[in-house]
Ligand binder design. Structure first.
Ligand SMILES: Cc1cc2nc3c(=O)[nH]c(=O)nc-3n(C[C@H](O)[C@H](O)[C@H](O)COP(=O)(O)O)c2cc1C
Length: 341
């Protein structure tokens, strides 16, 4: 596939490359959303939606793994709990050109629990360590883990430390920690992203205890001030819902954290960068709506933002809707000069 590191900023295995990351989000961070978000900065690390190892091995792997070269640096997030399956899935990800393989140890949905992976794996450090070992022996890419502080009653610092130590011993040197525990009985996945309280200090303590590891913090981060505050304690920040709902924040974070001296990429500029990608996909038969559905948060707060959203939602869904719908939607927004494309 594409040149893996077109921006010359080094492979993802290099320490310090995960200062700013966008979270894996099912149904949200699909390839179209990622291609759009990339426009806000070349070094922001993007993650795919979770793909289960079984789906990759037995399903339409071409579709599941497809991405555009512009998405680099890009990590493939896998779900699973079988070391052999995960190793084979990681191999497929490496062959497809991903820059990192990440294991999901944080997702609390019932579907995931019944497959015995996701957050419930926090209870099985031996198994996660075996999965990491198997993946690492299958690929030369960095293998990383995204986890929570704990699950249910198993959320003590001792549990977390034991989990991290055992998995790190198998060569995982980067952990993304969603700074809350998961409650597996009774809360929906959505509630599990809001109800268990955020405990940033516990992630900071982990980073202090294991300075040899790269710790990326996730959960509830929305502003540059949030990011700067956290970066005093950990090596990277990962934004999920805010990056998706208010993507212009990525432009602000990119310039402040990764490319000092650059002007922040505005929403209008990111859209201009996305346009050729959209045209290429339209020519391949991808419906416009599959791409514009990710843009609804774009001009938040500007006059005309509502008309922008309405035009995209109403006209973008029509069959054969073309790029002119996007143009009409943008024309409805009162862009300040700096935003104008
Ligand atoms: C719609 C949605 C889908 C998600 N899907 C995944 C997923 O596939 N894998 C994963 O590890 N986390 C998933 N998450 C959790 C996010 O990666 C992140 O940990 C969580 O939203 C907290 O970060 P935030 O407060 O910045 O959004 C999802 C979150 C949302 C909102």
């Amino acid at each position: 596939m594409a040149d893996a590191h077109p921006h010359g900023s080094g492979p993802l295995g290099e320490r310090g490359r995960h200062k700013l990351c966008v979270a894996p989000m099912m149904d949200w961070t699909d390839r179209h959303a990622r291609a759009f978000l990339r426009g806000f900065g070349p070094d922001i690390v993007l993650y795919t939606e979770m793909v289960t190892a079984a789906a990759l091995l037995h399903g339409d792997r071409g579709r599941l793994l497809a991405f555009d070269p512009c998405e680099h640096p890009l990590a493939l997030q896998l779900g699973g709990s079988d070391p052999d399956e995960l190793a084979r899935a990681a191999e497929l990800g490496a062959a497809a050109g991903y820059d990192e393989i990440n294991l999901n140890v944080g997702c609390p949905s019932d579907r995931v629990q019944s497959g015995r992976f996701g957050a419930c794996l926090m209870r099985e450090p031996d198994r996660v360590a075996a999965c990491v070992a198997a993946m690492r022996s299958a690929v030369s890419l960095p293998v990383t883990v995204k986890c929570r502080l704990g699950v249910d009653e198993q959320d003590s610092t001792e549990h977390l430390n034991a989990f991290i130590d055992e998995v790190a011993a198998q060569g995982c040197s980067l952990f993304i920690v969603h700074a809350r525990k998961a409650i597996l009985g009774g809360l929906s996945p959505k509630q599990n992203r809001d109800i268990p309280p955020l405990q940033y200090a516990r992630v900071h303590a982990l980073a202090r205890r294991r300075p040899d590891l790269e710790i990326v913090i996730n959960g509830g981060l929305c502003t540059l001030a949030d990011a700067k505050r956290e970066l005093a304690h950990v090596e990277g920040v990962m934004l999920g819902r805010e990056a998706y709902g208010n993507p212009a924040i990525l432009g602000i974070l990119d310039t402040a954290l990764l490319r000092p001296g650059h002007t922040a990429v505005s929403a209008g500029e990111a859209l201009t960068r996305y346009r050729p990608y959209m045209e290429a996909r339209l020519a391949e038969g991808v419906p416009l709506h599959a791409m514009t559905r990710h843009l609804l948060g774009l001009f938040q707060g500007l006059p005309g933002a509502r008309r922008f959203r309405r035009t995209l939602s109403e006209q973008g869904c029509r069959s054969h809707a073309g790029i002119e719908v996007l143009d009409a939607a943008v024309a409805a927004v009162d862009l300040p000069q700096a935003h104008a494309a």
